[in-house]
Design a protein around this ligand. Structure first.
Ligand code: ZN
Length: 442
């Protein structure tokens, strides 16, 4: 089987449409759903009324005047109107699924889908699977525990809807997952980037298992931006002997983007099913092509619990050039570059966690890592703890010094690097949390 690179479209007339044709499609879809939302959805009725907009003014042509939707408003709404809040367009009995965000702090957001909304998720996944080059004869393995987090449920059912054989990796240890992938000759692996690496680590400990010899020809990695971090992508590709594709999505918004089979340095944004804007985080003003800003998304097919102008908190940089794959869907170059609020400042130098990850993943000796930022005698300190691959001696002072030098050369910051004991750093199946910021005096 070829290792990817085959350009396949799900809906070529939309994926290759001109920008003006895309705007017309978005206008039609938006106006149609806005009528329904404004007739019954209390959350959006309140929001538009408090922005001084009458229901008949909620039309695509006035889009730029609409208020943004913030995550904090959704959280507050669910707290005040438990359990699901008031962002409900249809009668509660119409919903068939409930999922929730993988909140790292506070209460997770609950999100409901109707049968039609769920079908729309499957449609979005069809763009993703075709976009990365999945064909009818591919066998898709979903390495996921199938809990309340939505991400990979939709991947699972989306592949099934396309007619692919789908293998559930829930309720299994990592060893069992590796064996299932090998035995059943899975060709597509869907999981977080962290977990694609973790399976590699586990395979290495199983003795004689070489994942490059497996049938897996491509991986779709979601839940974290790692598959667009060059050194992480390269590592996954080398480990699996497969192409690694990034797919960004969000529980509350949908599966909105995919890297195309040609891997042209960015993820395509599905402009057939969503409206995307990029704004300055502080002012909400739009930024141009090539400039970094916060991604704002409106979805066009999830009417039960819709989102209009949702501030994602994710930083992106768009490129509107037509892609080599023929798609006109704009691309977020380098994928999601980080969170608007995840910048760390170390002695006046701004660094993003993805930048540190890119340096560390460039060292094949490093299996896992953790970053800690804190103040000591009023100075910012950055500590990086690294765990080495199995079989490597922990007596690796020269490596710590090499890592320290490379971090300084590439990011301009001085870090203390130490080697952690084997198996002492946490491993992650879902969202990895490798950064710790310690408040002063703690
Ligand atoms: Zn492309």
């Amino acid at each position: 089987m070829p290792k990817g690179n085959e350009v396949i479209y799900h809906r070529s007339s939309i994926e290759t449409a001109t920008a003006s044709a895309i705007r017309r499609l978005q206008a039609r879809k938006f106006d149609e759903q806005a009528r329904r939302i404004l007739s019954s959805n209390k959350f959006y009725q309140r929001k538009f009324a408090s922005a001084g907009l009458r229901p008949e003014q909620v039309k695509y042509r006035n889009f730029a005047a609409f208020p943004f939707t913030l995550k904090s408003e959704l959280v507050q709404d669910q707290l005040e109107h438990p359990p699901f809040g008031t962002n409900l367009t249809v009668n509660p009995s119409r919903f068939i699924r409930m999922h929730q965000t993988s909140a790292t702090t506070g209460k997770p957001l609950k999100w409901l889908d109707t049968r039609a909304c769920w079908r729309w998720w499957m449609e979005c996944w069809a763009y993703i699977y075709r976009g990365v080059g999945v064909r009818a004869d591919d066998k898709v393995f979903v390495a996921f525990s199938f809990g309340p987090f939505i991400g990979f449920w939709t991947a699972f059912e989306g592949a099934q809807k396309l007619g692919n054989l789908v293998l559930a990796g829930g309720g299994q240890s990592s060893e069992q997952r590796v064996l299932s992938i090998l035995e059943n000759k899975a060709t597509v692996l869907v999981c977080t980037p962290t977990y694609a690496l973790r399976l590699g680590e586990v395979a290495g400990q199983m003795g004689g298992v070489d994942l490059r010899q497996s049938s897996v020809r491509l991986t779709i990695n979601a839940g974290e931006p790692g598959a667009s971090i060059p050194a992480t992508k390269q590592r996954i590709e080398e480990l699996w002997g497969a192409k690694c594709y990034d797919h960004p999505g969000m529980t509350e918004v949908g599966a909105y983007g995919f890297e195309c089979a040609l891997q042209t340095g960015g993820v395509h944004l599905n402009e057939g099913e969503f409206i995307f804007e990029v704004v300055e985080p502080a002012t909400g003003r739009p930024v141009g092509d090539g400039e970094q800003g916060e991604l704002v998304i409106s979805n066009l097919g999830r009417i039960g619990m819709p989102l209009i102008r949702y501030r994602t908190g994710d930083r992106v940089r768009l490129n509107s050039d037509k892609c080599a794959c023929g798609r006109t869907f704009r691309r977020a170059m380098g994928g999601v570059l980080g969170r608007v609020d995840d910048m760390i400042t170390v002695r006046g130098v701004n660094v993003f966690p993805s930048g540190v990850e890119n340096v560390l993943r460039g060292f094949p000796e490093i299996e896992e890592f953790e970053i800690e930022v804190f103040k000591e005698r009023h100075m910012d300190e950055l500590v990086i703890r690294i765990e080495l691959k199995a079989g490597l001696s922990p007596d690796a002072d020269p490596l710590a010094a090499l890592v320290q030098n490379k971090v300084r050369a590439q990011l301009g910051i001085r870090a203390r690097v130490s080697i952690a004991e084997k198996g002492s750093l946490p491993r992650y199946e879902l969202k990895a949390r490798r950064i710790k910021v310690r408040a002063a005096g703690v």
